[in-house]
Write a protein that binds this ligand. Structure first.
Ligand code: FES
Length: 159
């Protein structure tokens, strides 16, 4: 068993939402729960999820590599996804991304030396009216990201 007992319990709760012969329907939730513990999804974790749900490892990999919320490479403690789609780009997104990159000293798909931050490009998060939009660890949406708000976010996450 690669993951903690608590993580398997959470996965069990997702599995219980489906008929017993449809355990694999919980694969997306299971990957997210596993990633919450391991931060990213190395092949052995994907294999573990596959075994746990009784499905081929390749099918788990297909899901994990299709959606950008899954980290198939190591990431820092905080993965900040910057929306790079057109509405955000037209409303200060590019400037905000440039400011954040400069502040952290990294480019997209890079991680800071202290392993705290990874920056990635994100697709539209359905909040175009709140541009520029950023998402922390797939869960926390940050809207209207001015330079001041970026400063405050980074400082808060560093604590
Ligand atoms: S384009 Fe950025 S949230 Fe829609």
């Amino acid at each position: 068993m690669l993951l903690s007992e608590q993580t398997y319990k959470k996965i069990d709760r997702e599995v219980a939402k489906f008929p017993p012969d449809q355990k694999q329907s919980a694969v997306m939730a299971a990957l997210q729960i596993a990633q919450d513990e391991t931060r990213w999804l190395p092949p052995e974790v994907m294999q573990d999820i596959a075994d746990y749900l009784g499905m081929p490892a390749i099918a788990v990999q297909e899901v994990a590599t299709f959606y950008n919320m899954y980290n198939t490479k190591p990431v820092g403690k905080y993965k900040i996804s910057v929306c790079t789609n057109l509405p955000c780009q037209l409303s200060g997104g590019e400037k905000a991304a440039h400011y954040l990159k400069h502040k952290l000293g990294i480019d997209y798909r890079e991680t800071t030396d202290d392993d705290l931050f990874t920056l990635v490009e994100g697709e539209c998060m359905g909040a175009c009216g709140d541009a520029p939009v950023m998402l922390v660890n797939n869960k926390r949406m940050c809207s209207f990201m001015s330079d001041d708000k970026i400063d405050a976010l980074v400082e808060e996450l560093k604590k």
